[in-house]
Write a new protein. Structure first.
Length: 438
């Protein structure tokens, strides 16, 4: 059996293991070991060790644990409650104001943590009871929480961006800068839909009725206490990376220290809280890095069998131009996102795509942003739809799966609109990195 045939069989084998319920990290490792055996025999264990060593020695990946710790520490710091209260003061009287405050809180927390699940759970716990009490439509509640949580994929310092940059061997700072404008556009489209829905059907998002007017000085005080420390933390982390002042690992470490200090300042710090955040960080980091190890070894075995050449030949045989090839790759990512988590999608698809990008002279930063938007869209899209499962874990029983699935549809369309804009205007992804980073 030829090497290219073996390469082609790796994917059906992988999906068989996944569908049998084997964790994706072990599915990748077992598949890689099976298909590496004909080449290396008993020495296949050395190849597995090489993949572990390569992952463990990656300096960029050392930024992942501090970013994860930031998320778990912020979850316990009380910052979410303060942000929500401050945003309610300014946005509560607008049509759909509570949903807009929720979306604003999601964007700020995404920029501070970069962890999708943590953002969704945080905003859901805060916002669902408040919106339910005001009589908000359950579909709108579901869509706002799921879409807001998905911003952790797109808004720096996203763990998705760090992993992507590591695998694609591009600058983390440049990729952080590349996703900023598209992220802002996406938040604007989300907010635009909420406003439009509230204007078109006031029963979906009843306006807040309050007999008391909060003085401007009190609004500014609450906003300052809640927002200024968070903005300072975000600027310190993202600014130092984007302007080349610090490496991602250094900036993430500063951010992790900042979250501890913020938790102390808000009076929420306890050693039990600290150790629990460390424990959760260790578990999530181990899960992510084990998938990275499996993906690295899987991709290496695929390349050794000539898989990259096979993919390139297949794409050339289609007769598609550059645009068609990009659409095919994005479609593959979208479909893979139906059944795989984002880490697996990046680690399986990207090593195959990188040589294709080079061969067809496709701008890597532009494609990176396109692929990250598609990954974020698959986060909301059934059947996998991790956002739905996160929401189910915190939502009351009277918010049904039907509400959730219908609720995310307008936000999926907003994500696809963002994708179309980036596709039509590549400068949305490439302009800011050129300005911030020489």
């Amino acid at each position: 059996m030829s090497g290219e045939t073996l390469a082609a069989l790796m994917f059906p084998c992988l999906f068989v293991f996944v569908l049998l319920g084997l964790p994706i990290s072990f599915s990748l490792l077992v598949t890689a070991a099976i298909f590496a055996w004909p080449l290396f025999g008993d020495a296949v264990a050395n190849q597995l060790y090489a993949g572990i060593s390569q992952t463990a020695s990656s300096f960029v990946l050392s930024a992942v644990p501090p970013f994860i710790f930031m998320g778990f520490m912020l979850e316990r710091s009380g910052v979410a409650e303060r942000l929500f209260a401050a945003l309610q003061l300014w946005l509560g009287r607008l049509p759909g104001g509570l949903a807009l405050a929720t979306m604003g809180m999601a964007g700020i927390l995404a920029a501070a943590t970069g962890i999708v699940g943590a953002v969704e759970v945080l905003i859901g716990v805060m916002a669902i009871p408040a919106m339910m009490a005001r009589g908000y439509d359950k579909r709108l509640i579901s869509g706002v929480i799921c879409a807001g949580g998905s911003l952790g994929t797109m808004i720096p310092p996203s763990i998705v961006v760090v992993i992507y940059a590591t695998v694609a061997q591009i600058s983390v700072g440049q990729l952080f800068a590349a996703v900023m404008l598209p992220g802002i556009i996406m938040i604007a489209l989300f907010a635009g839909y909420v406003l439009g829905a509230a204007f078109a059907s006031p029963r979906m998002a009843p306006a807040e009725v309050s007999e008391t007017q909060v003085p401007l000085g009190e609004k500014l005080r609450v906003t300052g206490v809640a927002l200024v420390p968070m903005v300072a933390l975000i600027v310190a982390v993202l600014g130092s990376i984007s302007f080349g002042i610090a490496s991602p690992t250094e900036a993430a470490s500063v951010g992790a220290l900042g979250t501890v200090l913020l938790t102390i300042a808000y009076g929420r710090f306890t050693w039990a809280t600290f150790t629990e955040a460390l424990r959760q960080t260790m578990l999530v980091n181990a899960m992510i890095l084990l998938i990275v190890v499996g993906g690295t070894i899987f991709a290496g075995t695929f390349r050794i069998h000539g898989g990259n050449g096979l993919v390139r030949d297949l794409l050339e045989a289609t007769g598609f131009g550059q645009t068609g090839i990009i659409l095919v790759m994005l479609l593959v990512v979208f479909i893979a996102g139906f059944i795989l988590d984002w880490v697996s999608v990046v680690l399986i698809c990207l090593p195959i795509f990188v040589p294709v990008l080079s061969a067809f002279q496709i701008e890597p930063l532009w494609f990176a942003v396109l692929m990250i938007v598609v990954i974020q869209t698959s986060y909301l899209t059934p059947p996998m739809a991790p956002s739905i499962f996160y929401l189910r874990s915190i939502a009351p029983p009277d918010i049904t799966y039907r509400d959730m699935y219908w609720g995310v549809v307008p936000f999926i369309l907003a994500q696809l609109a963002t994708l179309a804009l980036i596709f039509a205007f590549p400068a949305l992804a490439t302009w800011l990195p050129g300005v911030l980073i020489d």
